[in-house]
Design a protein. Sequence first.
Length: 233
Amino acid sequence: MWLQLRCGLEPRTLAALTVVLVAAAVFAVVHFWSARPQSVRAPDPVSEAARAPESAPGTVRGVDRAGTPDPSPGPPPTGGPGGRIVVDVSGKVRRPGIYPLPSGARVADALRAAGGVRTGVDLTGLNRARVLMDGEQVVVGAPPGPQAFGATGGAAAAGGAAGAGAGPATGPVSLNSATSEQLDTLPGVGPVLAQHIIDYRTQHGGFRSVGELREVNGIGDRRFADLQPLVRP
């Protein structure tokens, strides 16, 4: 009544003003209540075991408890059916012949299967750690020369003087086993191109077909046509 008399407001106007004031008060209360600070729960700590990658039982970060590292990835060995390969071991070994070996076997395994090398044979130039391929021939003690084909990773020079009595092998040059000197005897192949061929078979785990020669740096269609009948994987 005092406000009505003081300001000269009519009852209807005074009622409307009262409703507006009440609504504003309710809105302010709701706004401040929703904006009040609230407590936030801290995230759970993550343990080292949860952050570490899962590994196989008995291993710690790729190393087993015996201290042996996991095998490094590499090109898969070329094997025959059933994970087996067959190699021909000849030359100055105790039991020359054809031997089945597990896929991934190395030259040393082939020599062991043939009873080992004969006494007095020099194996300095023979890479006994090289992985064998299915159908490969390992010749031990063959004399060095352009016709000593089929030797593995320098085995043509492994015989030295002890191999002087062995006759030269004949046949196409093996791209997977010929030395740089043997590749150098091919038409159009010099020391630089021979090294390119050796680098390619080292990087790709060997030649699986003669056609892969096209991928070697420095061998075009014409040179490949000249080399194709003279070489084999």
